[in-house]
Design a protein around this ligand. Structure first.
Ligand code: NAP
Length: 285
């Protein structure tokens, strides 16, 4: 007999009052917040994928520290999160600025008492066009924001996770990290470096009970990628959609769901992994 049929048969043999009680027990256990008691820092989290991750981890029960470069964006996102009943705090943090990173970490410790989860989501891409036309300044900005700041934040946050007995890091890479795009070559190379960083951190983090994973989004409907999806009838949008097996672009919450899984106990034996969130586009060998 299938498990489902067995459950229905058992339920049908119970007195009605007891059935109600069992259903209540099932629903209360399924609503247990899986990240209750955890503290999460998410960078670049006042819009797009980062905001969506903050909202989801907050709904999962975590206290969330949000940040971005502009105070007004921090304020409006905090208001949104709080209106959803999420325990959130926030400040301005440009990830490439050492003092901003230090302030963000200190504020998290002051407001929430520790750090269990870190999502490195910030990225810059000041250069569109052929790779060989990328200036040294643009190259430096891309690598400083996307790679160096991610590494430094991991280095700065890991000792605080150790004090909590462990933690979980998620690094936001890109499908471009596996297959460089011809028009965003330097950005793509920086995202390949993040795939490497995710793996390179595994050994030292595992001995500290910290898991390090990543996500590699495809085209996700945010401001960052709006030229690809805003006008869905445009040739470039049609082409991008046709190259996607699921024939649609992704939503920020679809990245957030994957991060929620990666930082949860359901992923307790997963580390060094980067999950594609691409609607089926797979540029890996
Ligand atoms: P987005 O919608 O443009 O959001 C960018 C967020 O980052 C905003 O909150 C912005 O706020 C903040 N920000 C920008 N530069 C920052 C910096 N230096 N320090 C701190 N905060 C900063 O971008 P998104 O699409 O969600 O992208 C998020 C991540 O996903 C990036 O790592 C990106 O490479 C990756 N990704 C996106 C796609 C896609 O299709 N959308 C695909 C692959 C990978 P302020 O303006 O206030 O700073």
């Amino acid at each position: 007999m299938s498990q489902t049929r067995m459950i229905f048969r058992l339920i049908s043999q119970l007195p009605l009052q007891q059935v109600g009680q069992s259903v209540r027990m099932m629903s209360s256990s399924s609503s247990t917040k899986q990240l209750a008691g955890k503290v999460a820092i998410i960078t670049a989290s006042t819009d797009g994928i980062g905001y969506s991750i903050a909202e989801r981890l907050g709904q999962d029960g975590a206290k969330v520290m949000i940040s971005s470069r502009k105070q007004k964006n921090v304020d409006s996102s905090l208001q949104k999160l709080k209106s959803l009943g999420i325990e959130a705090s926030g400040l301005v943090c440009h990830v490439a600025k050492r003092e901003d990173r230090a302030k963000m970490i200190q504020k998290t410790l002051d407001d929430f008492g520790g750090i269990d989860i870190f999502v490195s989501n910030a990225a810059a891409n000041p250069h569109f066009g052929p790779l060989l036309s990328c200036s040294e300044e643009a190259w430096d900005k891309i690598f400083e924001t996307n790679v160096k700041a991610t590494f430094l934040l991991c280095k700065e946050i890991i000792p605080h996770m150790e004090k909590r007995g462990g933690g979980s890091i998620v690094i936001v890479s890109s499908i471009g990290g596996y297959q460089p795009s011809p028009v965003i070559g330097a950005y793509s190379v920086s995202k390949t470096a993040l795939l490497g960083l995710t793996k390179a951190l595994v050994h030292e983090c595992s001995t500290r009970n910290i898991r390090v994973n990543g996500i590699a989004p495809g085209v996700i409907k945010t401001r960052f990628s709006e030229q690809l999806w805003k006008d869905e009838e445009s040739p470039v949008s049609q082409m991008a959609k046709n190259m996607t097996p699921m024939k649609r672009f992704g939503e920020p919450k679809e990245c957030a769901g994957t991060v929620s899984f990666l930082v949860s106990d359901d992923a307790s034996y997963i580390t060094g992994e980067t999950i594609l969130v691409t609607g089926g586009v797979d540029a890996r060998l």
